[in-house]
Design a protein around this ligand. Structure first.
Ligand code: SF4
Ligand code: SF4
Length: 277
């Protein structure tokens, strides 16, 4: 099974993955494993990098992960192809795939599998791609060869904290741009000040692991899906021209058009201010 997975991931340009005994994972949502009928076995941690040259667009007003098409669709395609093959080849085993809604503490598990260290920004810092990755898991009751590493943290340099524009405010700009409904004057002023239609990457951009990956050019994803149809600078005109299908193919669609329209309207209608907490 290991060899098959190795070949499969290589064909999909996924070069950073590792198995970890399920017993070495912290289980957060046991019902997801119960539903899959898996009590013990192996979690295969899959690192999916997403950074492309479009993320370097100086006009980018979206978080880097939202520049490409929706990563959920990537995982759906990946798992949609992988699961039927695995079930046919290994009929005695059980398999379940996850992205986002995982039964295990995935950042911790990925670090334990040796795929990176845990940053003070709570993200997995990988050697090649820094934190510009999505994590997915294939969980099976099969026992695969694996190594359990000690969980390492980053060097605590403080750059992410220093770069955070909201550290005194007890909130996060990324969460704010995703909040539904009407924003108050202070919240609107923050969006205007930082010019973000969706998300915030400042605690990732400032990290020395990212700076090094940018400088050495390893940060770019080798996965073709994330290079297709990129849109780093979203405008009202783009949004108006998007069909419902196109809109749904974007990561920011999950909060509905109204949330994005509101943020764009705030950026158009408000002048830059210097908000204070
Ligand atoms: S995403 Fe932005 S606002 Fe949120 S913690 Fe990171 S730097 Fe701060
Ligand atoms: S910026 Fe420094 S403290 Fe923050 S995650 Fe990166 S290495 Fe750790």
């Amino acid at each position: 099974m290991f060899l098959f997975l190795s070949n499969f991931f290589q064909k999909k340009s996924i070069d950073c993955w590792a198995p970890l005994p399920l017993s070495a994972c912290r289980i957060q949502k046991p019902y997801l494993l119960e539903r899959a009928g898996i009590a013990d076995g192996t979690a295969i941690l899959i690192v999916v990098p997403y950074f492309t040259s479009a993320c370097r667009d100086p006009q980018r007003n979206l978080s880097a992960y939202a520049v490409s098409k929706n990563y959920h669709a990537f995982f759906d395609e990946l798992y949609g192809e992988l699961l039927p093959i695995l079930k046919a080849r290994f009929p005695k085993n059980r398999f379940a795939c996850f992205a986002d809604h995982s039964p295990i503490a995935e950042v911790e598990a990925a670090a334990r599998a040796g795929l990176g260290v845990i940053g003070d920004n709570h993200l997995l810092l990988t050697e090649k791609y820094s934190s510009y990755i999505f994590l997915g898991e294939l969980i099976t009751d099969a026992i695969l060869p694996s190594m359990v590493h000690g969980v390492k943290g980053c060097e605590h340099c403080g750059a992410c904290s220093a770069a955070c524009p909201m550290k005194e405010c007890g909130t996060c700009l990324s969460a704010l741009t995703q909040k539904k409904g009407t924003l108050d004057a202070q919240e609107q002023a923050w969006i205007v000040k930082y010019g973000s239609v969706w998300g915030c990457d400042l605690c990732q951009e400032s990290c020395p692991h990212t700076v090094r990956a940018q400088k050495e050019g390893t940060i770019f994803t080798p996965i073709p899906y994330f290079w297709e149809n990129t849109l780093p600078h979203l405008t009202g005109a783009h949004l108006d021209a998007m069909s419902e299908e196109e809109f749904l193919s974007r990561a920011y669609s999950w909060r509905g058009r109204e949330t994005i329209e509101r943020n764009l309207a705030i950026l158009k209608d408000y002048k830059k201010g210097e908000p204070t907490c």
